[in-house]
Design a protein around this ligand. Structure first.
Ligand code: UDP
Length: 475
């Protein structure tokens, strides 16, 4: 076949972490459904985990255009790749620049039935991918899998420094920020990403994000996993830096919508877990009354002190509310926790604890009425789509920003930021699940409706995905 008549070929290269992998696999599937060829490039470590615990291979069997490829991340095999080693991972990733270039120029990714890569979609955090793309003349589009509101804060970091709002002292945590356009009047120092609290302009984490406003506009376009009805005003601010924006989220739900209209495609539910899902919590949920359960999970990276676990545990049991709690084995700092004897009866009666849950399925379950979350962006969108109100206990990165928006702008729940005290936990669970239940459910239902409408024909994310596919075809 003449290569020019073959479909365009997109290489997708996400950050090697659960959240970004989860949303970009959905994008890969959406592009395959649109008739494009996709090479999904991950690190060797992620490939091993995906093949072990997700159903990526069987799902993508139905798409002849899909190909999974991997390169090393440069870390030793036994490196834990946990939150402590994130900086090392980010540094190490830069060393695969040559490997990426070789992969793209070697001809390995093309064949008789497959064109060479015609477009790269890479995480904008890995700026070296844009250098590689420019060197070999392949158009590149960036994707960011964090919220638009946090990305906008990153863009404004230089302005915060110029205005003297960064660094700041501990006593200024509750002072309003003035120099982030669109966030005046409600956004405090406390709501900035955690690394802004170091008081040090040389902080290595701050350095990592300081140049976002110049880095992201280098690509041909920028894909965001959000939707205009949720983050429209902030998306407009980002557009002033990156005019070619594609807001096509929530990606996980976008895929479900497209699949619902495709009778021929795989009916397997999408699972992109890097850990083994414990499905035993589903029959447990089946046995609980509608909307009675608070689901508690802090994502794939957050770690906490034993004392914080104990405070949370007391608060959950004392609230009297049934709870489903994800406790990852590597989430307790310096060891493990035992159940406090005084909590064993309440936990046995009302609790279910698992190491890793099928989260999308859990949030869609009729028994779940609230989500105590770390406000990771995937978790937030998954909750928004299902109309589940949240209590936010952010850990790091975009989470401090997201939780402020959940509580103050979208009114979808309560922001528990910076406190972890059994009395507060109990009070907030009762407030979310009982006292202010109707108010939160109403706003969560309204936002869920908007999240669904934007995916329907003519909706904002629907049209933006169409535009993205057409632009890729025209490249
Ligand atoms: N997740 C899951 N099971 C769990 C906890 C999390 O499948 O027990 C998934 C969740 O659905 C989400 C992803 O892991 O898609 C975590 O991404 P997020 O952005 O919420 O947080 P991060 O892990 O990056 O902090």
């Amino acid at each position: 076949m003449d290569k020019e008549t073959l479909p365009p070929h997109v290489l997708i290269f996400p950050l090697p972490l659960q959240g970004p992998v989860n949303s970009t696999v959905k994008l890969a599937e959406l592009l395959c459904l649109s008739g494009l060829h996709v090479t999904f490039l991950v690190t060797d470590h992620i490939r091993t985990q995906l093949l072990k615990y997700s159903n990526i291979q069987s799902r993508f069997n139905s798409y002849p255009g899909f190909h999974l490829e991997s390169i090393p991340d440069g870390l030793p095999e036994l490196h834990p790749r946990s939150v402590d080693g994130l900086m090392e991972l980010f540094e190490s990733l830069k060393t695969n620049r040559t490997l990426l270039k070789d992969l793209l120029t070697s001809g390995k990714l093309s064949s008789e039935s497959r064109r060479p890569v015609t477009c790269i979609i890479a995480d904008g955090f890995m700026g070296y991918t844009c250098d590689v793309a420019n060197e070999i003349g392949i158009p590149i589009i960036y994707i960011r899998t964090i919220s638009a509101c946090c990305l906008w804060v990153f863009f404004c970091l230089p302005k915060l420094i110029e205005s003297g709002e960064l660094p700041f002292a501990e006593h200024e945590l509750d002072t309003q920020i003035k120099s982030i356009p669109g966030m005046e009047g409600f956004f405090r120092h406390r709501d900035l990403p955690l690394f802004c609290r170091s008081g040090n302009l040389e902080d290595p984490n701050l350095m990592l994000y300081l140049h976002e406003g110049t880095e992201n506009p280098r690509a041909h376009g920028l894909i965001l996993n959000t939707f205009d009805e949720l983050e429209g005003p902030i998306v407009s601010q980002i557009r002033s830096f990156c005019p070619n924006l594609y807001t096509i989220g929530p990606l996980h739900s976008h895929l479900k919508f497209k699949l619902a209209g495709e009778s021929s495609s795989s009916s397997l539910p999408s699972s992109n877990s890097l850990w083994k899902e414990d499905k035993s919590c589903i029959p447990w949920l089946d046995s609980q009354p509608p909307k009675s359960v608070i689901y508690v999970s802090f994502g794939s990276l957050a770690v906490m002190k034993k004392e914080q676990y104990i405070e949370l545990w007391h608060g959950l049991v004392n609230s009297g509310c049934p709870f489903l709690w994800v406790v990852r084995s590597n989430s307790v700092l310096n060891g493990s926790i035992e159940i406090p004897p005084e909590l064993s009866k309440g936990t046995e009666e009302r609790g279910c604890i698992v190491e890793w849950a099928p989260q999308e399925e859990v949030l869609a379950h009729g028994a779940v009425g609230g989500f105590l979350t770390h406000s990771g962006w995937n978790a937030t969108l998954e909750s928004v789509v299902e109309g589940v109100p949240m209590i936010c206990w952010p850990y790091f990165l975009d989470q401090q920003v997201n939780s402020r928006f959940v509580g103050e702008v979208w009114k979808l729940g309560l922001d528990m930021k910076d406190t972890c005290d059994r009395v507060i936990v109990e009070k907030m669970v009762r407030e979310l699940m009982e006292d202010r239940r109707d108010e939160f459910r109403k706003s969560a239902d309204q936002m869920a409706t908007l999240a669904n409408q934007c995916l329907m024909k003519g909706g904002s994310s629907y049209c933006n995905l169409d535009r993205l596919v057409n632009d890729i075809k025209a490249m």
